[in-house]
Design a protein around this ligand. Structure first.
Ligand code: DLL
Length: 432
């Protein structure tokens, strides 16, 4: 089922809607935000210069730094009396980035999340177990409102307390799971402790996972561990929260809700727009935001987009799963590598699990990479010889496929820390 018929509109119609909304957004930020007016004046640009979608390349970029520089509400275009909700990033590296919503913004957010739920096959008959954190993080409340919008029953479990979450999922008969992929896998690990027949206690049929980069291998593992369809959702608080794009049943690509978000892929270094199909940094312009409209927001996320039609009937642009964040990219002795590429190698190796951590260090002038990977229970009880073979296999795959020299350390099952939200995969001691 498709929630809104616009999701399968003709391209010309989608683009006409985008253009008129883009013009409104440009006019809005120019007249209401001194920050943008100044930027326009610097480059001699006027809102009326934007007459086609390709003119978007004339507009200035916006970065996280700009949001921080105007902390907390400096880029809002409405008085606080019209702001009904505020969220923010965790702000582990300095001041958090703060975002705000008017009533109209909340309606759009609920609408796109209703599309997400419908894409995952959910209806008012479903019981949604929401394991995304509630609070300033957009995950919990974003999913909460979307589930209510389609009339499903929402269980606002939030993150943490794994045993209790499992009890609620069983006792309330949850049919849809919403949580980060790593936390969902952790919940499955704990559920499995009750025996190999654990799935009989649960009624889950689908899950909606996101908020962190996830390899195909990890998606498959989560889907198998819960015996469910895997749907991926993408989003970020600066743009709206979860609900910018979501994958349907047909493929791993995510449908972008283009009537509300304009996507470009750029070369991070030069800022040039890249052609369809090429990977680069995702830049998003929200087209209907009232409280915090931003122009060409640099997400730092690396992906590609395609206009190829999808069997599900939706016509909107699709994006590939995020490969990684530009700032998560590790440069190891001159070689660029994303954690998800390392995860891909681990996923293709028998005998290990997808619980891993990457540690980068400097030894003298040299970069050293250590990768701790948990082995499976079966391997642990096998011989040391087997472990040595696995270690070698991963190391040579990393060298042959990614050109990186890493020391792989196999560790005991369940010995690495688990996350209740977004997983911490990289410890880069070179940054200290
Ligand atoms: O993580 C919103 C969200 C909540 C999305 C729940 C999906 C599910 P932020 O905390 O602002 O918002 O973090 C945004 O998380 O720029 C990406 O780097 C990453 N991210 C979000 N979804 C995905 C995904 C929420 N599906 C940042 N795959 C983004 C990979 C993702 N990375």
């Amino acid at each position: 089922m498709i929630w809104n018929e616009i999701e399968s509109a003709r391209r010309e119609d989608i683009e006409a809607t985008q253009l008129s909304r883009l013009k409104d957004t440009v006019e809005r930020v120019y007249s209401l935000t001194p920050f943008y007016k100044e930027k326009f004046n610097e480059i001699g640009l006027k809102p009326e210069d934007i007459t086609s979608l390709t003119d978007i390349s004339k507009l200035p970029f916006t970065t996280k730094k700009d949001l921080r520089a105007h902390y907390p509400f400096g880029l809002f275009t409405v008085p606080m009396s019209e702001v009904v909700r505020v969220h923010s990033s965790s702000g582990t590296t300095g001041k958090p980035t703060v975002v705000g919503y008017t009533k109209a913004d909340m309606d759009v957010w609920d609408e796109v999340m209703a599309r997400v739920f419908t894409m995952a096959g959910a209806t008012s008959e479903d019981i949604v177990h929401n394991g995304y954190g509630y609070g300033l993080f957009t995950g919990g409340l974003g999913f909460h409102n979307g589930a209510e919008k389609i009339g499903a029953t929402i269980i606002p479990a939030s993150g943490g307390m794994t045993d209790r979450q499992l009890m609620l999922m069983r006792d309330f008969g949850a049919t849809i799971l919403a949580a980060t992929p790593t936390f969902s896998l952790h919940m499955a690990e704990v559920a499995k402790k009750t025996g190999s027949n654990y799935l009989k206690d649960y009624k889950l049929k689908a899950g909606i996972f996101g908020a962190e980069p996830t390899s195909s291998g990890l998606k498959k593992e989560v889907a198998e561990a819960w015996g469910i369809d895997y749907h991926e959702v993408y989003g970020l608080s600066e743009i709206i929260g979860p609900g910018v794009a979501c994958s349907c049943k047909e493929s791993e690509l995510l449908h972008v809700f283009e009537d509300h978000f304009y996507f470009e892929i750029i070369d991070s270094e030069t800022g040039e727009i890249k052609p369809e199909g090429e990977r680069g940094e995702l830049v998003i312009t929200p087209l209907t935001k009232q409280a915090l409209p931003l122009l060409r927001y640099r997400t730092g996320d690396i992906t590609s987009i395609t206009k190829e039609p999808c069997k599900c009937g939706r016509t909107m642009l699709r994006m590939e799963s995020i490969v990684g964040r530009a700032d998560d990219m590790l440069i190891i002795s001159g070689v660029n590598v994303y954690p998800s590429q390392i995860e891909h190698v681990i996923a293709n190796t028998e005998g290990v699990t997808l619980n891993y951590q990457i540690i980068a260090e400097k030894k003298g002038h040299l970069d050293k990479l250590e990768i701790h990977v948990e082995v499976s229970d079966e391997i642990m009880s096998d011989s040391l010889g087997e472990m040595a073979i696995i270690k070698k296999k991963i190391q040579s795959a990393l060298l042959n496929n990614l050109y990186i020299n890493a020391n792989v350390i196999l560790v005991q099952p369940r010995s690495l820390a688990r996350s209740e939200g977004k997983a911490v995969r990289i410890i880069d001691k070179r940054k200290d």
